[in-house]
Design a protein around this ligand. Structure first.
Ligand SMILES: *Cc1c(COP(=O)(O)O)cnc(C)c1O
Length: 388
C-alpha cells in the first residue's frame, strides 16, 4: 500500500489485519450461534481486560463519549455531588455531562500539563461528601497520566464511587479495577483496544450496579440506561440471545478477535511494551530539542506523546510536512495551548518500526520547516532505547 499514510494519532490507530478481516466477514444475524458465541466471549474478555472479576461488562454501539454518558446517566440523580479530577479537555467534557444529568460538580483542576496534588484532592473530598469522583486516566488533550491507584484509594476512603475515563488508557496503561478499587471504567474500540471506531466498552463494579438499583428516579437517558442493556449482556454471556438494540455485529466479531490478541499477548507484557515504545518516542523527541506538555516523565502517558513545537515552527507548517513524509499526526486539542503542541498516538498494535518511521517523518518535517537540529538524533535516541 504505497500511498498509505501511517496513522499515529491518539485514536483511531493502525489496526491488525486479522481484526480488519473480521470486520469484512459476512454480517450474521444477531441471533446466529457464532455471533452469540463471539459476543459472549468478547464480554468475558472485556471483564478480564478491565481486571474486575465481579464486574458487569457492557459493550455498546457508540463512541467513547457514550461510555462517559452512560456512566454519568446511570450513577447521577439530580442534586448528586460529583468531583472531577480534571487534567484536560476530557475532564471538562465529563463535567459537562455530569451537570447535564443534574449533578453539582466540583473540579480539581491543576495547571495544564500538571497532575493534581493528592492532598488537594483529599481536602476537597473531605469537605464535599461526593457521591462519585471521576478521573481521566490519560487525558488525550495533555498526555497527562493520572495516578489512578492513589486517586481511587482517596475516593474509597471518602466513600465516593470511582469512575475512570480509560478511553486513552485501557489495554495500554496498567488498570486494575479490583486491586485499585475502581467502580466504573470505560473505553472506546478505536484506541488501545485496537478495533475501528464504533464501540464503547464499560465495566461496572457490584457497588456501581447497587448504586443503579438504589436510584429513586429513572435514568435520564433511554439508550444509555443500563437497565435496558443488562439483560442483553447477561444473556449473551450465558450464550443465549436477547434484544434491546441491534448489536454492531461486525464490530463485535472484530472486538473479539482483538481482545483475543490482547489476552494472548498478556496484560503485563502489553503494558511493558507500551512503556518501552513510549520511552523510545519520548527519548527521540527530547533528543530533537522539543519539550512536552506533561510536566515530568512520571506523569506522562505511555499511550501517546504531546511534544511542543520548537521556537519558529508552527503546526500549520509542521504537521503537513510530517504527513508528506508519510505519517499522520494530530494537532493540539487543549484550548489554552492548542497551537503550541502536537500529538502522537502510540498504542495497540504499534511496533518499533512504527516508532522509527514516525520519528524519521518528524525529523524530515522539522528539517523542511527550517528547524536546526542534528539530523538523526531522534532516531538514534530511540534505537538506543530499543537496543536496551
Ligand atoms: C478519545 C477520548 C474520548 C472520547 O472518545 P470518542 O470515541 O471520540 O467519543 C474520551 N476520553 C478520552 C480520554 C479520550 O481519549
Amino acid at each position: 500500500m504505497k500511498n498509505r499514510s501511517l496513522l499515529m494519532i491518539p485514536g483511531p490507530i493502525e489496526f491488525d489485519p486479522a481484526v480488519l478481516s473480521a470486520l469484512g466477514a459476512p454480517t450474521t444475524g444477531h441471533l446466529a450461534p457464532n455471533f452469540i458465541e463471539a459476543f459472549g466471549q468478547a464480554l468475558e474478555r472485556t471483564r478480564t481486560l478491565f481486571q474486575c472479576k465481579e464486574g458487569q461488562p457492557f459493550v455498546l454501539a457508540g463512541t467513547g463519549t457514550l461510555g462517559m454518558d452512560t456512566a454519568c446517566a446511570n450513577l447521577v440523580e439530580a442534586g448528586d455531588t460529583a468531583l472531577v479530577v480534571n487534567t484536560g479537555y476530557f475532564g471538562d467534557r465529563i463535567g459537562t455531562i455530569l451537570e447535564r444529568y443534574g449533578a453539582k460538580v466540583t473540579h480539581v483542576r491543576p495547571a495544564v500539563g500538571a497532575h493534581p496534588v493528592l492532598d488537594d484532592v483529599e481536602r476537597t473530598l473531605k469537605d464535599g461528601k461526593f457521591k462519585l469522583m471521576t478521573i481521566t486516566h490519560v487525558d488525550t488533550s495533555t498526555g497527562v497520566l493520572a495516578d489512578v491507584k492513589s486517586l481511587a484509594a482517596l475516593g474509597r476512603k471518602y466513600r465516593a464511587l470511582v469512575v475512570v475515563d480509560g478511553v486513552c488508557s485501557v489495554a495500554g496503561e496498567e488498570l486494575d479495577m479490583d486491586a485499585w478499587g475502581v467502580d466504573v471504567a470505560f473505553t472506546a474500540s478505536q484506541k488501545a483496544v485496537g478495533v475501528p471506531p464504533g464501540l464503547a466498552l464499560l465495566v461496572a463494579s457490584p457497588a456501581a450496579m447497587s448504586a443503579l438499583k438504589a436510584r429513586k428516579t429513572p435514568v435520564g437517558s433511554y439508550y444509555a440506561d443500563w437497565n435496558n442493556w443488562l439483560p442483553v449482556m447477561q444473556a449473551y454471556e450465558a450464550r443465549k440471545s436477547a434484544y434491546f438494540g441491534t448489536p454492531a455485529v461486525n464490530l463485535v466479531f472484530a472486538l473479539n478477535v482483538s481482545l483475543g490478541q490482547i489476552l494472548q499477548e498478556g496484560l503485563e507484557a502489553r503494558f511493558a511494551r507500551h512503556v518501552r515504545i513510549s520511552r523510545a518516542v519520548k527519548a527521540g523527541i527530547a533528543a530533537l530539542g522539543l519539550g512536552q506538555v506533561p510536566l515530568g516523565d512520571a506523569i506522562a502517558a505511555h499511550t501517546m506523546t504531546a511534544p511542543r513545537f520548537p521556537a519558529g515552527v508552527t503546526g500549520a507548517d509542521l504537521i503537513p510536512a510530517i504527513s508528506k513524509a508519510g505519517v499522520t499526526l494530530a494537532g493540539g486539542l487543549h484550548a489554552e495551548i492548542k497551537n503550541e503542541y502536537f500529538r502522537i498516538g502510540h498504542m495497540g498494535a504499534v511496533t518499533q518500526g512504527d516508532v522509527l518511521a514516525t520519528l524519521g517523518a518528524i525529523e524530515t518535517g522539522l528539517a523542511a520547516c527550517g528547524y536546526k537540529f542534528e539530523k538523526g538524533a531522534g532516531l538514534s535516541a530511540a534505537v538506543k532505547i530499543f537496543a536496551g
